[in-house]
Design a protein around this ligand. Structure first.
Ligand code: BTN
Length: 252
């Protein structure tokens, strides 16, 4: 029997508040599946038990097993302008942090741009993508794993951090609740509060870091995260660099 058949009806009903829910066993990637639904032009939540080609940023593979929560939210932002994906990534990161705080009482950090860190280990990653008017918010969370392959020394799970197993869809529901609340705040122009909350949880603000982008490597101190989710870095040469996307690593 599929694990999804055991989901309490009440929880399913709660999930449907955010859009049509697709509960799937195995897909290549929930982000790809979500994009395949874009022609219907309706908000959808795609949750899979397993992904064979889960993807992370920079086309990296995203590890998925039975302890993972992997889901994607298909949205159609009503805006004439390009959706700032860097900003969306920060807001979804904040939603993931808040859900972990609400349910587990732990204090996660956001390692810009898209890693959620608990106890120094990465417990979740976010991949926001856009094709035409469809924006997909992809979230991969390590929930109930007791171990990881040796090739993933940075990976941790909520089980390893708390000693308890967690209902994955409860977490998904809380993340969706938070995302939808933050979207309302953004539409109402209340972005200052969100940005402050994002900065409060930053693992790299005011720290010395190395940031690798596709073409460059920057070293310096993070002096700010701007409203569009970009890093403001004071480089070792004293110059200010605004970085939209990359991979950050804290230096001592
Ligand atoms: C990263 O850390 O690089 C981002 C990882 C994002 C993984 C999630 S799992 C659900 C969704 N589907 C995917 O193929 N990727 C995202």
């Amino acid at each position: 029997m599929s694990e999804h058949n055991k989901i309490p009806g009440k929880l399913l009903a709660r999930l449907t508040r955010y859009g049509r829910v697709y509960l799937l066993d195995t897909v290549k990637s929930t982000n790809s599946y979500a994009f395949s639904l874009a022609g219907k032009h309706e908000t959808a939540i795609v949750i899979a038990q397993n992904q064979t080609h889960g993807r992370g940023r920079f086309r990296r593979h995203w590890f998925t097993d039975s302890g993972s929560l992997t889901f994607s939210v298909l949205t159609f932002p009503e805006t004439e302008e390009a959706v700032p994906l860097a900003q969306m990534t920060q807001v979804v990161g904040l939603a993931v942090c808040r859900a972990i705080e609400d349910i587990l009482g732990l204090e996660p950090l956001i390692r810009w741009p898209n890693d959620i860190i608990v106890g120094g280990k990465k417990v979740a990653g976010i991949l926001c993508e856009q094709h035409k008017d469809a924006v997909v918010l992809g979230i991969g969370m390590n929930v109930n794993q007791s171990e990881f392959p040796e090739s993933l020394p940075d990976a941790g799970s909520l089980f390893l951090a708390s000693g308890k197993t967690w209902e994955k869809l409860e977490l998904a529901d809380r993340i969706l609740e938070r995302i939808s609340g933050f979207q309302e705040q953004m539409q109402a122009g209340e972005t200052t509060e969100l940005l402050t909350a994002i900065k409060d949880r930053s693992a790299i603000l005011h720290r010395r870091v190395e940031i690798r982008t596709l073409f460059r490597r920057h070293i310096g101190t993070v002096v700010d995260i701007d409203a569009e989710g970009r890093i403001v870095l004071r480089t070792t040469s004293g110059r200010l660099a605004i970085i939209n996307s990359g991979q950050a690593r804290r230096l001592r």
